[in-house]
Design a protein around this ligand. Sequence first.
Ligand code: ZN
Length: 217
Amino acid sequence: MVLIVLLVFLFRRQRYTILPKQETIPRYFFQSIMIRADSFDSCSFFFVHLPPQKKDYPMKELDFHMHVLVKQEDELTAEELQLVDEARRATYRSYAPYSHFSVGAAVELADGTIVSGSNQENAAYPSGLCAERTAVFYANSRYPDQPIRRLCIAARDTEGKFLQRPISPCGACRQVLLEAEQRAKNAIEVLLYGTDGVYIIRSIKDLLPLSFDESFL
Ligand SMILES: [Zn+2]
């Protein structure tokens, strides 16, 4: 019997301890009882498999705050208004025969150049592209040495009217914009246009908290 017990010890790779026989040991304390050795007359010990020891990590909360400045159109600076106008104009160049939802994006580069893009749809829906990515990819391919400083988005609904509520970029665009911001090594200011007001956000990173980026690779 002793030989059997020793073999169990030797061939199990988990941690064991030996406790005196107690019928009242609370079962929830243990993951499993491996052997009740007192079933053999000559021994009166439990061999108990203990759960792995856990480190004591105190619970905590993380808060992410986002700052949004809301301006009416007549409160915009001349540069901001110019970018809004470019984004609004770009909506008229969108190709949206399926959604009839026309989006325009305007990108201002560090040297003041403004590049615009619009949503480009396709009969194979996923093959289309949002206005923000169209504009940013074009800006980065046409002016690779010019960091993006500011971006504005505007949209018209299926009736052709500009949206009241400021439009916000989709998740995929936020991911692309985040990389553009990291590539620019500078915060990209975002203007989200709506007829009720313009949301001004200081950085793309604010739009994508807990984001995935190259630092994880
Ligand atoms: Zn998008």
